[in-house]
Write a protein that binds this ligand. Structure first.
Ligand SMILES: C[S@@+](CC[C@H](N)C(=O)[O-])C[C@H]1O[C@@H](n2cnc3c(N)ncnc32)[C@H](O)[C@@H]1O
Length: 344
């Protein structure tokens, strides 16, 4: 039998970068292929290596969730599995962790990663689900309640750093921003369809944008193919702002759009409503938030649950990352942690 001729593997040129350090995603090939020395250097500089995520406030979360052998745990936002990995190590033997994530691209990678660390189907299952559907995920697994539940809101570093996902103005890419690219509409389509008054309301409600009234007519109904085009249009609409202020404005507009595209507040409100019924009596929940719109909702829901007797105790003060963590991981800076314990 004759064999197919083997075609030579085409030589792929490495992307060259100017300066000492790579800046663009495609230049960071050493990080992407897991070069240990490069990864250590990136972490030492307070940054996150491409394709990974550094879990935030791990010690504080472990303290408030107090995982122990045999516990049923839920990680509503599995991401890279950094928190999940720590919880899994503490609920053995006999415990089980359900990891949920809306992202169909990252979830299988994290499942492979956690399996390679030795967590098989008996201790860890991965579920491609919005956390708004947590009661259904638990019911399908015949679980009546969890001992501990964690939600670490927002997007992962893998999502922010990948230009193809379109989350960040720092990396030019299609203006998408969907955590689940198989659902709903990309940010570009949303902007093209929305009317100025609705956009002004969205910018004010979702990111407290002070320039919402000026920005809305400049952006609504327009067609922006890429993150960079949108960033440029935001800056052009506010020519008198200084660099720092306009960078902040761009970040707030991107945040508001991301919240809208992924319907983040209604998913969070549904989760907060369902939480007491998803916990066993005495079960604990911890929620890590990254902006005031999220923290406000968590605080209000926990206070209402305490008043109504659903929770026996809640965090009286918000917990923040230590100065040391903020210095060693700049992405931890805005984090706020709250917890609640279900009544017996
Ligand atoms: C900040 S990351 C979590 C990182 C994770 N704790 C770790 O240690 O790697 C947030 C993750 O939650 C997911 N996510 C955000 N909103 C979600 C929702 N409503 N339902 C399910 N997953 C969601 C995102 O896709 C992302 O992977």
């Amino acid at each position: 039998m004759s064999e197919e001729p083997i075609s030579p593997i085409p030589h792929k040129r490495r992307v060259r970068y100017g300066g000492k350090n790579p800046r663009r995603f495609e230049e960071k090939y050493k990080e992407q292929r897991g070069d240990a020395a490069t990864i250590a250097k990136v972490i030492a500089s307070g940054k996150t290596p491409i394709g990974t995520h550094r879990p935030i406030m791990v010690a504080e979360i472990l303290e408030v969730l107090a995982p122990k052998a045999g516990d049923i745990a839920v990680d509503c936002t599995l991401g890279y599995g950094g928190h999940a990995q720590e919880l899994l190590a503490r609920i053995a033997p006999g415990g089980k962790l359900l990891g949920l994530d809306a992202d169909p691209l990252q979830l299988p990678k994290t499942e492979v990663r956690l399996r390679a660390l030795g967590f098989d189907e008996t201790v860890f299952t991965a579920h491609r689900s919005n956390f708004a559907g947590l009661p259904q995920v638990l019911a399908a697994q015949n679980i009546s309640g969890a001992d501990l539940i964690l939600a670490d809101l927002g997007v992962s570093s893998m999502q922010i750093d990948d230009p193809a996902r379109g989350f960040s103005v720092k990396h030019d890419g299609p203006l998408d921003m969907r955590m689940n690219p198989q659902r709903s509409q990309p940010a570009a389509a949303l902007l093209q369809k929305i009317k100025p008054p609705a956009l002004a309301e969205m910018l004010a409600d979702f990111s407290d944008e002070p320039q919402a009234a000026t920005l809305a007519p400049a952006l609504a109904g327009k067609s922006f193919a890429t993150t960079r085009e949108l960033g440029d249009a935001i800056r052009a609409a506010l020519p008198r702002l200084g660099k720092d202020e306009s960078d902040l404005t761009v970040r707030r507009v991107f945040q508001a759009l991301r919240i809208a595209v992924n319907d983040e507040f209604s998913a969070l409100e549904t989760l907060l409503r369902n939480l007491p019924a998803c916990l066993k009596p005495g079960g604990r929940v911890a929620v890590l938030t990254f902006h005031s719109g999220e923290d406000r909702r968590v605080k209000k829901a926990f206070e209402a649950g305490l008043r109504d007797g659903l929770y026996a105790d809640i965090a009286r003060e918000v917990m923040r990352p230590t100065a040391e963590e903020r210095n060693s991981n700049s992405r931890s800076a805005p984090a706020k942690l709250r917890w609640a314990r279900r009544a017996d």
